[in-house]
Write a protein that binds this ligand. Structure first.
Ligand SMILES: NC(=O)c1ccc[n+]([C@@H]2O[C@H](COP(=O)([O-])OP(=O)(O)OC[C@H]3O[C@@H](n4cnc5c(N)ncnc54)[C@H](OP(=O)(O)O)[C@@H]3O)[C@@H](O)[C@H]2O)c1
Length: 246
């Protein structure tokens, strides 16, 4: 699958959780394609470190904060509009495991359950809602990063998986409501990656056997650029092995 002209230099992407892991790798890929970026994460020093690397390739607005706070969501979208005048791509990537070691549902506290839903489902929904006017104007794309835990039952992953399932259902429903308006929604399951989140969740996993977030970010670029319907759910591991035709 070859990339076509979806990526245009000067387009603008907003990426949550871009200070490390998959979000940072996605930001690198988009910067390399000439997109201007608005990035966020809570740890201001880590975010600034990522931003200064990305600024070697493109213009970057880095705003530290928590995506579960509505004011922060508004600030992020306003910055895309004020600094760049447009928004073409929203990547809802920031996420939490809630609590590690992952507790069985029987012991998942209401406070942790609430934090899981606030971060993994409500924050992306608020970002989609608030960014929609800009995305409608640009005919933009929303990428919501989910997980196979949204569809499979893994002991310990019930709270996290339920929050990702909610995110997927918000995505499907919004896509149905936006049918014909030119905005596309892509839900992606990145598969297992060697990141801090995965090491926190499963310290004994075989990380050497997992793709890096950088490899999976390249697969996401293929997914975004692919010829697809206005709503799609793509398992990114299926795009990892794609090679250009000879
Ligand atoms: N790694 C895997 O194997 C795997 C598998 C399936 C799905 N996923 C999904 O892939 C995505 C990326 O995961 P990852 O492994 O790269 O995670 P990660 O290494 O833990 O990075 C998460 C990023 O999100 C930020 N973040 C977390 N909570 C936030 C909040 N409330 N507000 C703003 N930023 C916040 C973190 O920075 P701060 O902590 O500084 O805020 C960090 O930049 C997530 O949606 C995850 O669910 C990962």
């Amino acid at each position: 699958m070859e990339e076509f002209s979806w990526f245009e230099a000067g387009h603008v992407a907003l990426i949550t959780g871009a200070s490390q892991g998959f979000g940072r790798a996605v930001a690198r890929q988009l910067a390399a394609r000439g997109l201007r970026l608005v990035i966020t994460a809570r740890d201001a020093a880590a975010l600034e470190e990522a931003a200064s690397e990305l600024r070697e390739r493109t213009q970057v607005e880095a705003i530290a904060g928590d995506v579960t706070e509505l004011e922060h969501v508004h600030r992020l979208v306003s910055r895309a509009s004020d600094a760049f005048g447009r928004l073409d791509l929203l990547v809802n990537n920031a996420s939490t495991l809630g609590l590690v070691p992952l507790p069985p549902l029987e012991h998942l506290s209401p406070a942790v359950f609430q934090r899981l839903f606030e971060t993994n489902a409500f924050a992306p929904l608020h970002l989609m809602q608030h960014a929609l006017p800009l995305l409608l104007r640009s005919g933009g794309t929303i990428v919501n990063v989910s997980s196979d835990a949204a569809v499979n039952a893994y002991p310990g992953w019930g709270g996290y998986g339920a929050s990702k399932a909610a995110l997927e259902h918000f995505s499907r429903t919004l896509a149905a409501e936006l049918d014909g308006f030119g905005v596309s929604i892509l839900v992606v399951d990145p598969g297992s990656m060697d990141t801090k989140m995965h090491r926190d969740a499963e310290p004994d996993a075989d990380f050497a056997a997992m793709p890096s977030p950088e490899e999976v970010a390249v697969a996401l670029m293929r997914a975004i650029a692919s010829d697809r319907d206005a709503y799609a759910r793509i398992e990114l591991p299926s795009l990892l092995a794609v090679t250009a035709p000879a």
